[in-house]
Design a protein around this ligand. Structure first.
Ligand code: FE2
Length: 391
């Protein structure tokens, strides 16, 4: 989270008697890293502990990443055509993890049906990039209106539910630790540096409290160790009247990102947007390209020997790749070099701007592919750098 925020009513001092509408309300202290990191305090009509039923949650989605893939043994550059993954079902039904390691997972979800249940990710912080669609993200901290191009960040264990009218196309990243705003973008007091690629005003926390009708008492589906369980209460357990703190869900539009440009090519680290233990996220947004005489705007072929790299192509003409379609996902593992396709490299000379929009995940530990990823693969990709004159 980006800074201190407050919504609704809170007590004058934490951990003291606080009455609302003649009744004492309950505190719900939401902490990270034990009790040693960011926290928020929610004030609720009732403590969220009156659960009456728990059972395994049956979902036709078997896509969470303990499903290891046996068939992926070759070290190759890979191209997944994610539109081949059919849309359909609720968020949990349509969500597929495609890559994973101990620090993160990367996947997609294409829900076309709203779920009754709220989802709680008890394993990881989650980041959804909204490639397509709009709606309302309902959380226990309140509601956030979202639209195409938004990142939606959900701290671990924040209950959420998506409301939308048309199918969503979501790129989903989970991070196990320290996922959020890169430390290097902040001053020691927490304020964003003036040279950070975004400002505090770009981050949208919930704008209104969640106010479900009394008749609605949805269950909660919790993911822990990639197993799902369903939890029911006698009444909705998060009737929140206010909260404050530094830990909450937020939205950030990729269109608010302020890209840096240079006379010659800058490495992808300059496009960093989020970071976590074990990985960084970058985004490539429309921008002016390198302006030195004879500059080659395309990235140089490279061996980034400590990173696996995933790129999700959202929109526009991507500077360095051919054969890539909208919502393609490329995977370039460390161990073999990669770079722009030959024609792209040469043709980029003299190009002064790009309309590309893509999101990238660079991990420091190797990723594994799931079976779901294999089913989306374009087998020809690894050899697609070979043109007649290069063979
Ligand atoms: Fe790369």
């Amino acid at each position: 989270m980006i800074d201190y925020r407050k919504l609704g009513v809170v007590s004058e001092k934490p951990h003291t008697v606080f009455e609302h509408e003649g009744k004492m309300v309950a505190e719900h202290v939401f902490t990270r890293d034990g009790f040693s990191d960011l926290y928020s305090i929610l004030y609720q009509k009732r403590a969220p502990t009156h659960e009456v039923k728990v059972e395994a949650f049956e979902s036709r989605n078997k896509g969470f990443p303990h499903e290891k893939d046996d068939g992926v043994e070759l070290l190759k550059r890979r191209h997944l055509k994610t539109p081949k993954h059919p849309s359909g079902g609720t968020l949990l039904e349509s969500r597929k993890t495609l890559f994973f390691n101990d620090d993160c997972t990367v996947g997609i979800a294409r829900p076309d049906k709203q779920s009754d249940e709220f989802f709680i990710n008890g394993d990881c912080d989650e980041l959804y990039f909204v490639a397509e669609g709009c709606g309302v993200l309902q959380t226990i901290f309140g509601e956030i209106d979202f639209r195409e191009g938004d990142y939606l960040f959900l701290p671990k264990a924040v209950a959420c539910r998506f409301r939308f009218a048309h199918p969503l196309y979501l790129f989903v990243v989970e991070g196990t630790k320290e996922f959020g705003i890169p430390r290097e973008f902040r001053l020691s007091q927490g304020q964003l540096r003036l040279d950070a690629p975004f400002t505090h005003r770009d981050f949208r926390s919930p704008s209104r409290l969640l106010n479900l009708p009394e008749s609605e008492n949805p269950p909660f589906v919790v993911k822990k160790l990639n197993r799902l369980s369903k939890h029911e209460y006698t009444e909705f357990p998060y009737q929140v009247i206010g909260w404050d703190g530094w830990c909450y869900p937020f939205a950030f539009s990729v269109h608010a990102y302020q890209p840096k440009t240079s006379s010659v090519h800058l490495p992808p680290t300059i496009h960093t947007v989020f970071s976590a233990r074990g990985f960084y996220m970058m985004n490539f947004v429309p921008r002016i390209l390198d302006y030195a005489k004879n500059a080659i705007p395309c990235p140089y072929p490279h061996s980034s020997v400590d990173c696996d790299e995933i790129l999700f192509y959202v929109k526009g003409e991507f500077t360095s790749r051919k054969g890539i379609e909208q919502y393609s996902m490329s995977y370039h593992p460390c161990g073999i070099p990669h770079g722009p396709h030959p024609e792209k490299y040469e043709k980029s000379v003299g190009v002064r701007e790009t309309n590309e929009l893509a999101v990238m995940v660079d991990t420091f530990a190797p990723l594994k592919m799931t079976r779901a990823a294999v089913s989306l693969e374009d087998d020809a990709y690894h050899y697609s750098w070979n043109t007649k004159e290069h063979l």
